[in-house]
Write a protein that binds this ligand. Structure first.
Ligand SMILES: [Zn+2]
Length: 183
Protein backbone atom coordinates (compact mmCIF):
# COMPACT_ATOMS: atom_id res chain seq x y z
CA UNK A 1 0.00 0.00 0.00
CA UNK A 2 1.40 3.30 -1.06
CA UNK A 3 1.24 6.19 1.32
CA UNK A 4 2.77 8.72 -1.05
CA UNK A 5 1.06 12.02 -1.27
CA UNK A 6 1.33 14.68 -3.94
CA UNK A 7 0.58 18.30 -3.28
CA UNK A 8 0.26 20.77 -6.12
CA UNK A 9 1.30 24.40 -5.88
CA UNK A 10 0.98 27.32 -8.21
CA UNK A 11 4.50 28.41 -9.23
CA UNK A 12 3.62 31.61 -11.04
CA UNK A 13 2.64 32.65 -14.51
CA UNK A 14 4.07 30.97 -17.59
CA UNK A 15 6.25 33.14 -19.87
CA UNK A 16 3.34 34.15 -22.13
CA UNK A 17 1.11 34.83 -19.11
CA UNK A 18 -1.80 32.81 -20.52
CA UNK A 19 -1.19 29.81 -18.27
CA UNK A 20 0.51 28.77 -15.04
CA UNK A 21 3.60 26.94 -13.88
CA UNK A 22 2.82 24.03 -11.59
CA UNK A 23 4.96 22.63 -8.79
CA UNK A 24 4.21 19.10 -7.60
CA UNK A 25 5.70 17.95 -4.32
CA UNK A 26 5.43 14.23 -3.65
CA UNK A 27 6.27 12.83 -0.24
CA UNK A 28 6.54 9.11 0.44
CA UNK A 29 4.95 9.19 3.85
CA UNK A 30 8.05 8.06 5.71
CA UNK A 31 10.78 10.17 7.27
CA UNK A 32 13.73 8.65 5.38
CA UNK A 33 12.62 9.38 1.84
CA UNK A 34 12.92 13.01 0.88
CA UNK A 35 10.29 14.78 -1.17
CA UNK A 36 10.29 14.80 -4.97
CA UNK A 37 9.71 18.17 -6.55
CA UNK A 38 8.66 18.37 -10.18
CA UNK A 39 7.63 21.37 -12.22
CA UNK A 40 5.41 21.44 -15.27
CA UNK A 41 3.98 24.04 -17.59
CA UNK A 42 0.21 24.27 -17.80
CA UNK A 43 0.09 26.17 -21.08
CA UNK A 44 0.05 24.59 -24.57
CA UNK A 45 1.96 27.44 -26.22
CA UNK A 46 4.70 27.58 -23.60
CA UNK A 47 5.02 23.77 -23.49
CA UNK A 48 5.90 23.94 -27.18
CA UNK A 49 8.45 26.70 -26.69
CA UNK A 50 9.99 25.71 -23.37
CA UNK A 51 11.06 22.55 -21.61
CA UNK A 52 11.68 21.96 -17.93
CA UNK A 53 15.12 21.05 -16.67
CA UNK A 54 14.72 20.43 -12.93
CA UNK A 55 14.12 23.94 -11.53
CA UNK A 56 14.82 25.74 -14.80
CA UNK A 57 12.82 26.50 -17.91
CA UNK A 58 14.86 26.19 -21.09
CA UNK A 59 13.87 27.88 -24.34
CA UNK A 60 13.94 25.08 -26.94
CA UNK A 61 14.75 27.34 -29.91
CA UNK A 62 17.85 28.67 -28.13
CA UNK A 63 19.06 25.10 -27.63
CA UNK A 64 18.79 24.14 -31.28
CA UNK A 65 21.60 26.60 -32.13
CA UNK A 66 23.72 24.92 -29.47
CA UNK A 67 23.00 21.44 -30.85
CA UNK A 68 23.92 22.65 -34.36
CA UNK A 69 27.19 24.04 -32.98
CA UNK A 70 27.93 20.70 -31.29
CA UNK A 71 27.25 18.84 -34.54
CA UNK A 72 29.58 21.16 -36.48
CA UNK A 73 32.26 20.66 -33.83
CA UNK A 74 31.91 16.90 -34.15
CA UNK A 75 32.35 17.11 -37.94
CA UNK A 76 35.48 19.26 -37.51
CA UNK A 77 36.89 16.86 -34.90
CA UNK A 78 36.23 13.87 -37.16
CA UNK A 79 37.99 15.62 -40.06
CA UNK A 80 41.13 16.16 -37.96
CA UNK A 81 40.97 12.57 -36.75
CA UNK A 82 40.59 11.20 -40.31
CA UNK A 83 43.68 13.13 -41.40
CA UNK A 84 45.80 12.27 -38.38
CA UNK A 85 44.96 8.59 -37.88
CA UNK A 86 46.87 7.25 -40.94
CA UNK A 87 49.88 9.37 -39.91
CA UNK A 88 49.86 7.81 -36.46
CA UNK A 89 49.47 4.32 -37.88
CA UNK A 90 52.37 4.92 -40.26
CA UNK A 91 54.49 6.26 -37.40
CA UNK A 92 53.77 3.20 -35.24
CA UNK A 93 54.63 0.85 -38.09
CA UNK A 94 57.91 2.65 -38.81
CA UNK A 95 58.77 2.54 -35.12
CA UNK A 96 59.12 -1.24 -35.29
CA UNK A 97 59.00 -1.52 -31.52
CA UNK A 98 60.14 -5.04 -30.56
CA UNK A 99 57.43 -5.42 -27.92
CA UNK A 100 54.60 -3.63 -26.13
CA UNK A 101 56.88 -2.42 -23.36
CA UNK A 102 59.21 -0.71 -25.84
CA UNK A 103 56.25 0.77 -27.71
CA UNK A 104 54.71 2.19 -24.53
CA UNK A 105 58.08 3.57 -23.42
CA UNK A 106 58.44 5.42 -26.71
CA UNK A 107 54.87 6.80 -26.62
CA UNK A 108 55.50 7.99 -23.06
CA UNK A 109 58.85 9.56 -24.00
CA UNK A 110 57.11 11.51 -26.78
CA UNK A 111 54.25 12.48 -24.43
CA UNK A 112 51.76 10.83 -26.79
CA UNK A 113 49.68 8.77 -24.41
CA UNK A 114 47.79 9.25 -21.17
CA UNK A 115 47.94 5.53 -20.46
CA UNK A 116 50.11 3.87 -17.88
CA UNK A 117 51.84 0.67 -19.05
CA UNK A 118 49.23 -1.37 -17.20
CA UNK A 119 46.39 0.51 -18.92
CA UNK A 120 48.15 0.16 -22.27
CA UNK A 121 48.44 -3.63 -21.85
CA UNK A 122 44.75 -3.81 -20.94
CA UNK A 123 43.90 -1.65 -23.96
CA UNK A 124 45.81 -3.99 -26.29
CA UNK A 125 44.50 -7.14 -24.60
CA UNK A 126 40.96 -5.98 -25.45
CA UNK A 127 41.90 -6.00 -29.12
CA UNK A 128 42.22 -2.21 -29.56
CA UNK A 129 44.74 -0.69 -31.93
CA UNK A 130 47.85 0.94 -30.51
CA UNK A 131 46.92 4.06 -32.50
CA UNK A 132 43.86 4.49 -30.26
CA UNK A 133 46.22 4.81 -27.29
CA UNK A 134 47.83 7.85 -28.92
CA UNK A 135 46.54 11.32 -28.02
CA UNK A 136 48.37 13.27 -30.70
CA UNK A 137 47.23 16.68 -29.43
CA UNK A 138 49.39 16.18 -26.34
CA UNK A 139 52.43 16.90 -28.51
CA UNK A 140 51.51 19.52 -31.15
CA UNK A 141 55.15 19.86 -32.27
CA UNK A 142 55.38 16.15 -33.00
CA UNK A 143 52.01 16.20 -34.78
CA UNK A 144 53.11 19.11 -36.98
CA UNK A 145 56.35 17.36 -37.84
CA UNK A 146 54.70 14.12 -38.96
CA UNK A 147 52.12 16.13 -40.92
CA UNK A 148 55.06 17.94 -42.56
CA UNK A 149 56.73 14.65 -43.40
CA UNK A 150 53.55 13.51 -45.17
CA UNK A 151 53.00 16.83 -46.94
CA UNK A 152 49.70 17.54 -45.14
CA UNK A 153 50.84 20.25 -42.72
CA UNK A 154 48.75 22.98 -44.39
CA UNK A 155 45.70 20.73 -44.38
CA UNK A 156 46.23 19.91 -40.70
CA UNK A 157 46.63 23.58 -39.79
CA UNK A 158 43.47 24.45 -41.70
CA UNK A 159 41.41 21.67 -40.09
CA UNK A 160 42.83 22.50 -36.65
CA UNK A 161 41.87 26.14 -37.12
CA UNK A 162 38.34 25.09 -38.09
CA UNK A 163 38.16 22.88 -35.00
CA UNK A 164 39.25 25.78 -32.81
CA UNK A 165 36.48 27.95 -34.32
CA UNK A 166 33.79 25.31 -33.90
CA UNK A 167 34.88 24.82 -30.27
CA UNK A 168 34.55 28.54 -29.62
CA UNK A 169 31.16 28.54 -31.36
CA UNK A 170 30.01 25.77 -28.97
CA UNK A 171 31.08 27.79 -25.95
CA UNK A 172 29.33 30.85 -27.33
CA UNK A 173 26.14 28.95 -28.23
CA UNK A 174 26.06 27.34 -24.77
CA UNK A 175 26.08 30.80 -23.24
CA UNK A 176 23.18 31.84 -25.49
CA UNK A 177 20.85 29.10 -24.24
CA UNK A 178 18.00 30.89 -22.50
CA UNK A 179 17.23 29.53 -19.03
CA UNK A 180 14.77 30.87 -16.52
CA UNK A 181 14.77 29.88 -12.90
CA UNK A 182 11.31 28.86 -11.71
CA UNK A 183 10.55 30.70 -8.49
ZN1 LIG B 1 2.20 30.33 -21.68
Amino acid sequence: MSTSETVTFDAGACPCNAGRLVKRVTSQGNPWSGVDVAFSIDCPACTTEWRIDRTMMVLRSSESAYYSALAADRVARDAVHALVLPLIEHFLKELEAPNKKALHTELTRLNLTTMSYRQFLEHMRRGNNASAAVTSTRNPGWLSSIADAHGVRDQLDRLSQTLKSTGQACTHAAQQVVRRKIQ
